[in-house]
Design a protein around this ligand. Sequence first.
Ligand code: HEM
Length: 442
Amino acid sequence: MFFSARRSWLDALYERSYRMQMGEVHLPGLDLYMVNKPSLVKQVMDTHAEAFPKSNLLGEALKPLLGESIFTTSGEQWRKQRSMMDPAFAQARLNVAFPVMQAAVADMLKRLAVLPDGAEYDLEVEMTHVTADIIFRTIFSVPMEGADAKRIFTEFARFQAIAPRLLLPSIYGLRWLVWPWDVWRSRRSAAAIRGLLGQLIRPRFDAHRAGKPSDTTDILQSFLDAKDEATGEGFGFDELLDQVAMLFLAGHETSASALTWASYLIANAPDIQERMHQEVVMHLADRQPELSDMRYLDLVRNVFRETLRLFPPVGFMARQSSAVCPMHKKEIEKGATVVVSPWLMQRHRDLWEEPDAFKPERYNNDASRESLKQAYLPFGMGPRVCMGAAFALQEATLILASLVRHYKISALPGHEPQPVGRLTIRSANGVRLKLHRRKKGI
Ligand code: HEM
């Protein structure tokens, strides 16, 4: 298994994996159960979530960067963090975030405008840039410009490239296969990012502690104002830094992955892309998109939802059983790893009609209702469901609408992106597409 999957855990899957209800892998130091049946998934992620805290598989690789962030903690520590962070994602904050998204998307269009018409381009580069810029502006109220911001961006890219090399061996219980050189490089990048983020946070943290008033409405302000209900205490500096680093990573890596795959899918479905273009042009005419427009862009949103089904950025979620537990005629050992995979669930042969087909119309169609209810979980489910789901849908609708409004995206003959499971589902050979500028209003 390790050798077939050394490039990516996706390579360890067989056709049989897409039909099974539950699978298991036992290696020295590893008992792993893959849960694929909707009722079992619900048990692990939702109804019995307390009994299945987060596994530290992912945590170990991410700890140097994210410390004790909400993404990896469990129990009381997680509950406190979640309630303190909730207000940052309330609807009112999302309304504030929209103009920030508009400004970052306007900058994206300026960057694309310098490309020659019909240029071949790896869209992953731009999708990573624009989503990183959006989350950076939403956290700090400043665009991701200047030497320090660029360095944060570069070091994040470096960290993301190394993290899977630390993650894969630990998934297979073969931690000794991790190269000390990789460990050193990832720690060095993590330290650089934390140093730079710390420099941005420090003056505002100190001003807040000194009681200086602020009329800023960004996420950092919301985190500074947050108080633990039980103790009345706010986040300490290191805890705040952990949450900000996590949010920067979770807030752009996932969206960038999905938007890149969405571009690839519509490049290969020109009729759907044309209908998206018409929807946007008919609805907006010559205006700039406003927040209130987003809910009318049905097809654009459904294209994104269907992309999240076929290429869920978070391909698997790992939990740890806290006690011996009967499950699907088996007995799961205490401490075993229990994995739920949106990738497998959302392409499951028995749970979806035409599971591998790109069909955005599923979301308006009664026949898919049951599949969506039981086997669609790109944002996770239960108490640990993604905090940024509404934020991500809003930014993706805006970005995709802006892309198809101004460009016709076409496939590059002979280029077939190879999905691999890294921190998110990415392409091993990039996603190269052609961008043709559209004439205004056509
Ligand atoms: C398409 C984009 C996104 C996808 C597919 C996605 C997916 C997910 C998933 C599957 C989880 C749950 C992981 C688990 O249970 O193990 C999660 C958690 C989380 N996500 Fe997202 N996410 C996206 C965008 C965002 C954005 C934009 C933000 C922030 C602005 C964000 C913030 C978070 C946070 C804070 C958590 C941790 C929640 C907790 O553990 O209580 N995500 N995300």
